[in-house]
Every structure is written in C-alpha cells, then in structure tokens.
Ligand binder design. Structure first.
Ligand code: M6R
Length: 590
C-alpha cells in the first residue's frame, strides 16, 4: 500500500525517473501522487490528487540528481493535495515519502506542536520531517537524525527522506518493504522492483529494522537500533521487463489471466527434493495450519480439500486476520503454511509472528522472491507466476493451488501422478484460453452486465472457488456477488433469487456433481438464470461455459473463465479493472 521511489546518482533527470518509476508502482495506491526534487540547495515539491499515470515525466526534466516520490493509498486523512506525499518540515528543507502507519503519531504531533511545529495535513507521515528537524538541532548528520527519529516511532513504516543540506538519500524500514536497485550511475530505493527494473536488475534487500544511506556513489546499510553497518549481497532478479508490462493487452488483469497458459506449469516445476522435505514436515507436524488473505485464503481453503481428498490428511485453514486466537493450538512441532502473492501482507506477517512466538515452523508459498514473507519463513516455495500487477489476483491463485495440490499428491506418495495431472491441466488451460473462448466469455458478460446481483455456487474444492468468484466480480465490476456452498442456499440465501438472477454453478466430473446440479435445479426453479461452468453441458444450464475435465485440478480450471467474466463485466460497466476503487495491490496494513 502506497508506492515509494527514490533516486540519487549521476543522472540529472531524477524527477522524471521518479515519475516513471511511480507509474510502475501505481498498483500499490492511486489516489494521489507527489515528487520532491533537491535542486540548487532547495527542495521543490509538486503533488496532486489523481493518478500518477496521467502525469507527463517531461514536466519534471529540470536538472536534479536526487528525488523522491510517492503514489498514495489513503489511510490517515482523505484524498487531498495537502495529504498527498511528500511531506516537509516547516522551512521545507526536509522532505519525506512514507508507506505504512505510525501508530503513535498523535502523541508525537502533540509534542512537536508544543515545540512550535505547524502541521498542514491530517497524515501520520508529516511528523517524520518535523521530528528529523528536531534531531537536527543536536547534530548536523542528517542520517543520524533520521535514525534518532526512528527510535521514537511505533508502527510499520518504510520511508525515504532528503534534506537541502545533504546530497544523500536516507531510507528506513520497519514492517513495510524497501528494495535498493544498484544502477550503473546511481542507486534507486523503492517499494518494489518494477519501479526501477528498466534501469537495473541488481537488487539489495533492506530487512526490518535497517536503514540505508546513499549519495549515489556509495551505499551503507546499517542497523536502525545500533547504527552498526550491515553487509548486503547483490542479487540479480530473474523477472524480465516484458513479464512486468502489459504488452498487447489493454489491461494487466487480462494479460495476467492469459499468462495462465504458462504460469501453472511454471508453478509445478518445483525442486522435487524440496517438495518431499516439505511433505515430510507436514506428515510429522503436530497440527498444520494454512493461512492467507483474500484470494490467497481461497487457495488455502481449496487446499484443505486437496489434502483431505488426495492425502487423507487434515489441515486447518483460517483467514490470516483470524489466526490470532488459534495460538492455543500451536506447538513447537506445529507447522504454519502461509500463502501470499506479494509476500508483504500485514495480516499474514502477523500470523507468522504468532507461530514463531510458539516455536512453530513456517512454510511460505509466495510469488514475490525476496519479499518479507519469503525472507522470514523457514522454508519457501516460489510459485514463479511472474509479476502480478492488477489489483485482482488471478495467475497467483492458480499457481498457489497448483503448488498446494502437488504437495497433497506428494503426501500421498503420488508426486509423479500429481505432476502429470498438473502439467496436463496446464496444457488444457493453454488450449482453452484461445481468442474464440475469451470472446465467448465476453458475450456472457455482455448479457448480464446490467444485473445488480450475482450468485455463485460450488461444492468441495469448487466451494472456495465460488467464494473466490465473488471476490473477483465484486472487486473489479462492483456488482454485488456472493459465493456459497451449493447445499447452503436452501438454508437462507435462496430467498434472494428472483426471475433472471444470474447464478453461476461451478461443476466438475466428480463425486459431488449430482449434488451441485441439484442445487442448480433448485435455483432455476426460483427463476435463476443458470450459467454452468463445467466440462459437460447439462439441461439445467441456460448458458454453458465449457472447461476441460481436469480431475482433482478442476478448481484450478473452473476459476479461469470467472476471472475473465469479472474482467469483461468491469470493462463493460466502464470500470478500470486494474485499479478498482478503495483497493490496493499489497495490503500492508492490518
Ligand atoms: O499479496 P497477497 O496474496 O497476500 O494478497 C492477499 C489479498 O490482499 C489479495 O488476494 C486480494 O484479496 C486481491 N485483491 C484479490 O484479488
């Protein structure tokens, strides 16, 4: 949430670099933006409400080799120009951009106001430059003043600071991500790699409780608490620029849906030794817990069925935000499996903290290599989906489910069978996602675009996919959508069905097929317009979206046309599917 970007080095177009870098971070927040450039001993700040994607970087070509920028997802204070970052101190000599929440900002602000500081915004961030100013009364070392200020902060933050009297960019991190890009002609510091990937693929990760100081020629990492220097490795990232771009597609969401032609196979391509070790860890654990948020949570729910049906193994799912009260069940021999696309989700990190406090081990299934969850887990499996930029998670979900299904097969001593099934499924997805198929899904969206309510039913592993379908449709098209276990409708929600209400039934060729078809018949009897997503047609369907028969991987296949349907519903209703209202890609607040 919120994207931050900084550059210092030999280039003299740092402002323009910041604008372009922020455009690649817009998925993290897009209600306002701002840039601060240090030039001729002054800090020039420009900020506005609206999206950074509408800003022309040519307007920021004035000579400047040190700049910071921000794209905001509002937490404290509404969407106004005053609340947009960067924030400065009273004499505008110190500028700061920040991602996270300073929980004790009200006390700090009160103290600072008593000392005569005046504030212009409602944000927590504005205390940072003012507090640094206070510490600069005791030292002329800017980095030291930043470090002292950090000691006063409670909460989660990643921030960048610059000062008119110093040619350094100073950054600090506690809880929110920050990554350094090592360029040929300077250093970048940003919330995520796509911000500077065009300029360098060499990165250094800041860990929690660390700061970095760079003048563009040298860089020093140190511990925020002690000030001791920390040595960092340079890591070359494997993602390509093309993977991170939209290419021929109008939106990232559609591109990422189409990426599933290959991404499921990439997820399956795991080191077998590692999968065996992890399956062994699950087998021996005294209690295995699975947590994630939003879409990743639905992958965890599906995995409960995978483990039960394929490996006859019980695992416990909880949304990460609800995991706190499970701590009574955790033992040092327990295992927590966390699932996350971004690897930065605050509720997931909190669940990991709880498990670690009990001595339990943590296995992470993540997409973003080097993310906080990746680095804090005891073991990690990367799903290798490639960058996912649209707020709506699509290819990460199917990658997560593929990895979890493979683990379930390994637990049942059937790794090769699982691998074969998943690779066959991948090639069926490749065939399915042809232009005619996508157009057909679009035509269904065309028919139902005016409807205000939509219901989705599924059973077994298609039940979490019904819940996931609802998330996808809600978040991008703003249509009221709800997912249910097929058998639950008659216990209440069926009262909502009226003549013509679109109802999607997720069906597989499995032992619950007859039950879910019966549930669809019940809906049809109340006027429901039934859209069947199924390998075979059925007379109850008013519309049939054919999917390949994928056996135990059916949930992975069935969700894909719903992702496309949600995408087309959004576009037809005039919404931007990549940047839905009120949301941001990585949710780094609790
Ligand atoms: O990065 P994560 O997978 O941890 O994110 C979890 C959720 O915030 C995320 O899946 C969210 O629900 C998406 N907007 C769903 O499309």
């Amino acid at each position: 949430m919120c994207g931050i970007f900084g550059y210092v080095g030999k280039r003299n177009d740092a402002g323009a670099l910041a604008v372009e870098g922020l455009k690649n971070l817009e998925y993290r927040g897009y209600d306002s933006w701002g840039i601060a450039c240090k030039t001729d001993g002054v800090v020039l700040i420009e900020k506005s409400t609206g999206k950074i994607s509408t800003v022309d970087s040519n307007d920021f070509r004035e000579s400047c080799s040190l700049a910071i920028g921000h794209t905001r997802w509002a937490t404290h204070g509404g969407v106004t120009e005053f609340n947009a970052h960067p924030h400065a101190n009273g004499d505008q000599k110190i500028a700061v951009v920040h991602n996270g929440i300073l929980e004790n900002y009200q006390e700090l602000k009160k103290d600072l106001m008593e000392k005569g500081h005046e504030f212009l915004s409602e944000t927590d961030t504005e205390v940072i430059p003012h507090l640094i100013e206070e510490y600069l009364k005791q030292t002329d070392d800017f980095a030291y003043a930043v470090r002292m200020a950090c000691k006063d902060f409670d909460g989660r933050y990643a921030f960048l600071a610059l000062h008119t009297e110093s040619n350094t960019l100073v950054a600090a991190r506690r809880g929110s991500p920050l990554i350094v890009g090592v360029g040929d002609d300077g250093y970048f510091v940003a919330s995520d790699i796509p911000a500077f990937m065009e300029h360098t693929k060499l990165v250094q990760y800041l860990d929690d409780g660390e700061m970095v100081v760079t003048n563009g020629d040298n860089i020093i990492f140190s511990d925020l608490e002690t000030g001791d220097e920390v040595v960092k490795r340079e890591i070359e990232i494997t993602w390509s620029i093309e993977q991170a771009q939209k290419g021929e597609f109008e939106h990232y969401m559609l591109k990422e849906i189409m990426d599933q032609k290959e991404s499921v196979a990439r997820a399956v391509n795991q080191n077998e030794e590692q999968i065996y070790t992890l399956a062994e860890a699950i087998r021996n654990a005294k209690g295995t817990f699975l947590v994630g948020c939003g879409t990743a949570a639905k992958a965890c729910m599906a995995a409960e069925y995978f483990f039960s049906v394929i490996a006859e193994k019980h695992v416990n799912f909880a949304p990460a935000s609800e995991f706190k009260l499970y701590h009574h069940f955790l033992l040092p021999e327990s295992l927590l499996i966390v699932v996350s696309q971004s690897g930065e989700t605050a509720d997931v990190l909190e669940a990991m903290k709880i498990a670690k406090s009990k001595g339990s081990k943590v296995l992470a299934i993540v997409n973003v290599e080097g993310s906080t969850i990746d680095r804090e887990a005891d073991y990690t499996l990367l799903i290798n989906a490639g960058p996912e930029r649209a707020v709506a998670s699509t290819k990460a979900l199917t990658g997560q489910m593929a990895v979890l299904l493979l683990i379930a097969y390994t637990l049942a001593d059937k790794t090769q069978e699982g691998k074969r099934l998943l690779l066959e499924t991948s090639s069926k997805i490749n065939d399915m996602l042809n232009p005619r198929y996508v157009e057909f899904v679009e035509s269904i969206a065309e028919k139902i675009q005016e409807k205000s309510d939509l219901f989705i039913i599924g059973k077994s592993w298609n039940y979490p996919m019904a819940l996931e379908s609802a998330i996808k449709i809600q978040e991008v098209s703003y249509v009221h959508a709800e997912g249910f276990a097929g058998g639950e409708l008659k216990h209440g929600p069926i009262a909502l069905i009226e003549e013509g209400t679109p109802c999607i039934a997720l069906v597989g060729n499995d032992e619950v097929k007859a039950d879910i078809i019966s549930n669809a018949i019940e809906l049809k009897a109340r006027g429901g317009h039934i859209i069947g997503i199924s390998p075979e047609n059925n007379e109850v369907f008013d519309e049939w979206i054919k999917v390949p028969d994928a056996g135990a991987a059916q949930a992975i296949v069935n969700i894909i046309p719903v992702q496309a349907l949600a995408y087309f519903l959004a576009v037809k209703r005039g919404k931007d599917p990549d940047m839905p209202r009120n949301l941001a890609k990585s949710v780094t607040v609790k």
